[in-house]
Design a protein around this ligand. Structure first.
Ligand SMILES: O=P(O)(O)OC[C@H]1O[C@H](O[C@H]2O[C@H](CO)[C@@H](O)[C@H](O)[C@H]2O)[C@H](O)[C@@H](O)[C@@H]1O
Length: 234
């Protein structure tokens, strides 16, 4: 399936196991070398499509790759400038409200991102329902998009998702020369799977089986790594 593919890779939960906190993830040199070799084999048709900001993806080591960050709101060519909307004042207001809710509750964490903000409750799942209610209220009040994730509620500007990112990248070189294959684990990856299918490609869901628009599955991050390694050596 990798032959002739334009490969779209999610990051958290796909290329690296889920960690207790956003800062707890690590990107090893073996992974970066593997992705570089794969990109070479695919004539450049490899992109990382993540909920992380482009700035964070670059801090993690992905500067030399084609990137779509913040769930399709930001784009950057390898080592090139970042195309992104400005951070709206509404996101700052939501961030302040998240802090007012979270700062006196052990285990909750507010993640400030370039043009969005996340409220993580992995360290305090008992607050998940209330955190979701707050995030929904703030989304409605400030005209923001509510993006649920894994033990996480994010608020961001609307108008894009991982599906629109796939469509945008597939309209340009180098990705447009291949058939899209989207690999991801999260609900936010479903739009990516759907877009890949609309364009004649497919998706691979990583992790616990669920209703999905992906046609294939891999059970865990280690299996993704193995699959990509096979793609390089085939
Ligand atoms: O689209 P992705 O690359 O999968 O990014 C989605 C979000 O991932 C991060 O949060 C998730 O991973 C954390 C580290 O493993 C984990 O602690 C958290 O519970 C998960 O929700 C990241 O922090 C977010 O900014 C991304 O949007």
């Amino acid at each position: 399936m990798l032959d002739g593919a334009s490969l779209f890779l999610d990051f958290d939960g796909t290329l690296t196991p889920i960690a207790a906190t956003p800062d707890g993830v690590a990107v090893d040199q073996d992974l970066l070398r593997l992705l570089e070799r794969l990109r070479e084999r695919l004539d450049g048709r490899l992109a990382i499509v993540s909920g992380r900001s482009v700035a964070t993806l670059r801090e993690l080591g992905f500067s030399p790759f084609l990137l779509a960050g913040t769930h399709g709101l930001e784009f950057a060519r390898p080592d090139g400038p970042v195309e992104a909307p400005d951070r709206p004042a509404a996101v700052d207001a939501a961030e302040a409200a998240f802090h007012a809710f979270a700062d006196d509750k052990s285990g909750l964490l507010v993640e400030r991102k370039s043009i969005s903000v996340g409220l993580h409750f992995r360290g305090a799942p008992q607050w998940g329902e209330e955190a979701g209610g707050l995030a929904a209220d703030l989304a409605a009040r400030h005209g923001l998009q509510l993006q649920p994730g894994k033990m996480l509620f994010e608020l961001r500007p609307g108008g894009a998702d991982k599906g629109s990112a796939v469509h945008a990248l597939m309209s340009r070189a180098p990705m447009k020369a291949g058939t899209p294959l989207f690999i991801g684990d999260d609900v936010t990856d479903e739009e990516g799977f759907a877009a890949a299918a609309e364009l004649g490609g497919n998706g691979i869901l990583v992790g616990t089986p669920r209703e999905t628009r992906a046609g294939f599955s891999l059970e865990q991050v280690a299996a993704v790594r193995h699959y990509l390694q096979q793609g390089v050596s085939a």
